[in-house]
Write a protein that binds this ligand. Sequence first.
Ligand SMILES: *Cc1c(COP(=O)(O)O)cnc(C)c1O
Length: 387
Amino acid sequence: MIFGIDGLSPTPAELRRPEEAVLSTLGGVSMVWSGRAATALYWAYRIARNCGSIVAMPEIIVPAISCLTPATCAHAAGCQVRFADVDPESGMITLDTVRKCWTAQTKAVVFIHLYGQTADLAPLAAWCREQGIILIEDLAQAQGARLPGGAPAGSVGELVVYSFNRTKILEAGGGAMVFRSQSLADLWREIVWPEASQPEMRPDVRALLALSQRDLYHALISLRRLELVPDISSAFLGLLPAYSSLYLQPLRDPVLLSASWDTVPHALEERERNAAVYSSRLHGGPWQLLDGWRSSGVCWRYTLLVDSPDRLVEFTNAIRKSGFFASNLYWPLNELLRPEDPCPSAESFGRRVVNLWVDQTVTPARASSCADSLLTHAPLLAAADLS
Ligand SMILES: *Cc1c(COP(=O)(O)O)cnc(C)c1O
């Protein structure tokens, strides 16, 4: 069962209060709940392809730096993804990089508030309106964030997508989509609702399939990082349809989601406190620190871009060996799904990025010890400059 606000698909009673709060904060007209952000994105793309003139192969512009989901869902929804390059400082798309991907087939642009960062979306939103295409804001990593002018993230896009799943700001399980206009909410009811009831996949089957997709992603990216093969897209695109049943998932536990809703402000404060520790300790190392979390108020992961990309894996492994979580897997997705779209800034960003944990598994003391570990291993990065 998939839940929505109006007569056809009632919002579960427990989620009425969060729903009203979201709608009034963001200025939305309606909200639907799902099991995943992936489901909401899939719905958004189904709506987008039915907006305006019908084209043979609708195109969705997504950021080249992202997790897999926003791009793979577009394929599942029968759209072609086009990859916009990113700002080298933030890893997020800009109006300039988006315009380069536009064609007469373009139906939507997905702006991802990457790692909790935000940007002034007014120019992009105005351009999207002029072209008659839908701006989708993906808040999976930025629930509760502020835009540069102080307005809430999610107050600009025509459709706004949330994730409440593992690793996100709120981890109670679920996803949601907010509609800014009644016409898009009506399209959801006409197009998506009739096809929405899916048989639930067995949890063990789902887990194995998700693991398979993650392993495939890791395996292919390692081949590219080592530059052992020129192309991984044919392998990835060939296997992609096998994973499409992962994206549609109903909301399981509205009670738990509702009960944890009010913990968000406290969780964000704790994240900021940890980020401030990293920031003060790591200043001046052989890396660049991303500090967009300061103005947005949300730090999803604390991110640095190392100066020596060829030592990234060795450096990350050293941090992990000393007992801390660190990840380096944000590879430019155009290489997996559409190598014809060149994204040089994303390529450089993806080879340099390290993410450190700031969530409830980390205390300020632990963040400080993690920073010590980075400083101890910093010579690994400097060594590359000498060779
Ligand atoms: C995690 C994530 C998603 C997918 O969220 P699910 O709820 O797991 O489907 C989508 N977009 C971004 C930016 C994410 O980080």
